[in-house]
Ligand binder design. Structure first.
Ligand code: CP
Length: 314
């Protein structure tokens, strides 16, 4: 693996397979009450510029279960708030912790942090991507279908960071990805182009109905992501017709599942009936953040240790 996980494109197909296998093993072991302390003595710094429930708790619990420790570092409580450079923060934290997870408004902030960090850095969500989320989503789809290759995934709503990670991972997963968004909220064409260049089959559908036709997986997310709060009214108007309801789900295959990375705005992008209904995979999806991120932490740190050992021998 590479040193950092900033994008799903930092992973090879081999890396993805290893993460999925390790996550499955960790999930089984946990259910059996067995949590080997593979990261004993290790610390994870977790910097948050934005709120979080799932990312914070799953990383923190994950580190605990692996025998390590996680530090919640609210950006507003750090010297970052008073203007300390992100590069200097990265240099200093690298002297204390074994890895850093960072959630930032701008992807450039995470890239800058990683450029000056000497320990592995994980993107815990940026404006561009949410790689940890899409890895948990891929794991969840595999649990339900036994595979991702040959499935059809429909993304309905805002062409946001999770949508970008879905598009960019399509070449690795073999899923056809269909996207239905209002024109003003479509993913950046450069992302679609890159997804296709990576071997992904990406279809820009004209309507949500067209996208979900015979789909196996239906994805949605909030219409008002963190950082877009000033656009609430305009967004709610633009997204009329993009709500995942029973009528839309009925157009998908009989075995189709519905995914949402949460938090959900019930009655906006998804109805209560769908979110709480038999097609919903969202609670497994949320749980799987834990198992997949434990696998990410183990593999990044194992690769880092190996590289450090090799450097010591040189
Ligand atoms: N899906 C997700 O990243 O959730 P949080 O914002 O609660 O971390």
């Amino acid at each position: 693996m590479k040193q950092n996980l900033l994008s799903v494109l930092d992973l090879s197909v081999v890396d993805l397979e290893r993460l999925m296998a390790d996550a499955a093993r960790l999930k089984t072991e946990r259910a059996e009450g067995c949590c080997p302390p593979l990261l004993a003595g290790r610390s994870l710094g977790m910097i948050f510029e934005k709120p979080s429930t799932r990312t914070r708790v799953s990383f923190e619990v994950g580190m605990f279960e692996l025998g390590g420790h996680a530090l919640h570092l609210n950006q507003g409580d750090m010297q970052l708030r008073r203007g300390e450079a992100i590069a200097d923060t990265a240099r200093v934290l690298s002297r204390y912790v074994s890895a850093v997870m960072i959630r930032a408004y701008s992807h450039a902030t995470i890239e800058e942090f990683a450029a000056h960090s000497t320990v592995p850095v994980i993107n815990g969500l940026s404006d561009l991507e949410h790689p940890c989320q899409i890895l948990a989503d891929i794991f969840t789809i595999r649990e339900r279908f036994g595979r991702t290759d040959g499935l059809v995934a429909a993304w309905i709503g805002d062409g946001n960071n999770v949508c970008n990670s879905l598009v960019l991972s399509a070449g690795m997963t073999g899923m056809e990805v269909r996207i239905a968004t209002p024109t003003a909220y479509a993913p950046d064409p450069a992302i679609i182009e890159r997804g296709r260049a990576e071997g992904g089959q990406i279809v820009c559908a004209r309507t949500p109905e067209e996208a979900v036709e015979e789909a196996d997986v239906i994805f949605t997310d909030t219409w008002v992501s963190m950082g877009s709060e000033g656009e609430e009214q305009a967004r709610r108007e633009a997204f009329v017709g993009y709500c995942i309801d029973d009528r839309l789900v009925a157009r998908a295959t009989d075995r189709a599942i519905v995914m949402h990375c949460l938090p959900a705005h019930r009655g906006e992008e998804i109805t209560d009936a769908v979110l709480d209904g038999p097609r919903s995979a969202v609670w497994d999806e949320a749980e799987n953040r834990l198992h997949v991120q434990k696998a990410v932490l183990m593999n990044l740190l194992a690769t880092f240790d190996e590289r450090t050992f090799q450097q010591m021998l040189e």
